[in-house]
Design a protein around this ligand. Structure first.
Ligand code: SAH
Length: 426
């Protein structure tokens, strides 16, 4: 066990959120340290023992003096004061316990949703959701037996080899891919990295199931880790309400929402994205599920349009679609983009609401963590007013349980989805 972990002390009162389970401490919250055993300053990126101003041991943090979130807690276990080590066993234990905790709900979730699904039929989930799962800066998505990870922080970046070794030990995977080709690493003082297959072989898109629907994820070149696993429940919801409806799937990526609609008897599904490669995979996903998109008689029914959503929307008429799904990319990628992002959400939602007839449904999403649920609702309230539509909320969703959200860590919520129905025009 390594007891040579430097120590630091928080300012008085700054321990309260930590004790309640909040994983972040900003640099301003640190009173003294970190210091080594000999009392000399320890300024390097790495593990630290964290104490309150009253000198009580709080847990172990991952420290980076070069960022505003200087500390991210990795453990609140009191025993760790006497010895704490991040080795391959540590990661194996973590991965196994997260797998157990999440698979239980994945099975329950699938079973509940009946018709299309059985527990075995959701084979993809987020195994590790970074700070919310007490593994700061680490994301791991699982597609059947292919594991795709991303490292966002400099402190976690030191453990790449251990992470790969632990995934091999814990799961006997088919492949392990790293997708740390992410610009956000810069805010932690690191470069974006090339895509890397650390273990096994990936010959092409990886097959997996979600609620019984088959999908391909391009884990090497696709967006994020290859698929937006966080919209699993919203896609299911869209499937549930799509029978006999004309469905427009905007910002479709690889077609998920529209595919659920098609499988549930939608009368028409139009899939729109600006990425040619995403649309190619969308068509593959439809074919994979036995939907005959290549039959001449279905050309009108299943339409794949490579276009800018804003241009596309200029060409359609009010009432052309019964359900519009609008799941744009994160508009607010940094704090200085929040106002711009609010304008973009207002503009796109206004366009969508304007196109609804009474009875029409808008499934609208925001995946920007910096836009809160309340902000998003305000935007929708304003937009509905401008569009002169009486909209009711059929339901609202957030990220599913495998994209862990903790009560004590509200910053961890990023995905907001509202299913809205237009009751009338004012
Ligand atoms: N709904 C998808 C995820 C959407 S991700 C799912 O369930 O998997 C956002 C998508 O928006 C990306 O595929 C990106 O290519 C696309 N996109 C971004 N800006 C766009 C624009 N202006 N017009 C059309 N598509 C756009």
């Amino acid at each position: 066990m390594n007891n040579r972990i430097p120590k630091l002390w928080l300012r008085n009162g700054r321990e309260t959120p930590v004790l309640a389970g909040h994983p972040w401490i900003f640099s301003k919250g640190i009173e003294t340290g970190p210091v080594n055993e000999d009392g000399k300053p320890a300024r390097e990126v790495g593990l630290v023992k964290v104490y309150s101003g009253g000198k009580n041991f709080l847990g172990i943090g991952m420290y980076n003096p070069n960022t505003s979130i200087a500390l991210r807690m990795i453990s609140l276990n009191k025993d760790d004061e006497n010895g704490f080590k991040v080795d391959s066993d540590f990661f194996v234990r973590k991965f196994k316990s997260l797998e157990n905790a999440k698979k239980e709900f994945l099975a329950a979730h699938s079973a509940r949703h009946g018709a299309l699904a059985s527990p075995a039929e959701t084979t993809s989930y987020r195994l590790v959701n970074a700070d919310a799962d007490w593994l700061p800066g680490l994301i791991i998505d699982r597609y059947e037996n292919v594991f795709v990870f991303q490292i966002h922080t400099a402190a976690m970046d030191k453990y790449r080899e251990l992470i790969v070794e632990a995934l091999r030990d814990a799961f006997d995977p088919e492949a392990i891919v790293e997708r740390s080709d992410i610009e956000s690493r810069k805010s932690d003082g690191m470069e974006s990295l090339p895509v890397n297959i650390h273990y096994g072989k990936v010959d092409g898109p990886v097959k997996f199931s979600e609620n019984g629907v088959k999908f391909l994820a391009d884990v090497l070149k696709g967006q994020k880790t290859g698929f937006f696993l966080d919209q699993r429940e919203a896609r299911k919801k869209v499937g549930d309400i799509s029978h006999g409806k004309r469905v427009l799937n905007l910002f479709s990526y690889t077609g998920g929402f529209g595919l659920y609609a098609a499988l549930n008897g939608a009368k028409k599904v139009t899939t729109v994205d600006s990425s040619e490669s995403a649309l190619e995979l969308a068509q593959e996903n439809f074919r994979l599920n036995g939907i005959k998109i290549d039959d001449k008689k279905n050309f009108e029914k299943y339409d794949f349009v490579c276009a800018d959503v804003f241009d596309f929307l200029s060409d359609i008429k009010i009432g052309d679609y019964d359900i519009i799904v609008c799941d744009p990319p994160a508009f607010a990628k940094s704090n200085d983009k929040i106002d711009e992002a609010k304008k973009a959400y207002t503009s796109i939602n206004r366009r969508c609401m304007d196109l609804l007839s009474p009875g029409g449904i808008l499934v609208t999403c925001s995946c920007s963590g910096r836009i809160t649920q309340e902000d998003f609702r305000e935007i929708l309230k304003f937009t509905a007013g401008r569009s002169k539509k009486d909209m009711r909320i059929l339901c609202s969703l957030t990220q599913p349980f495998d994209h862990t959200e903790r009560v004590s860590f509200s910053e961890g919520r990023y995905l907001k989805t509202f299913v809205l129905q237009c009751l009338d025009n004012f």
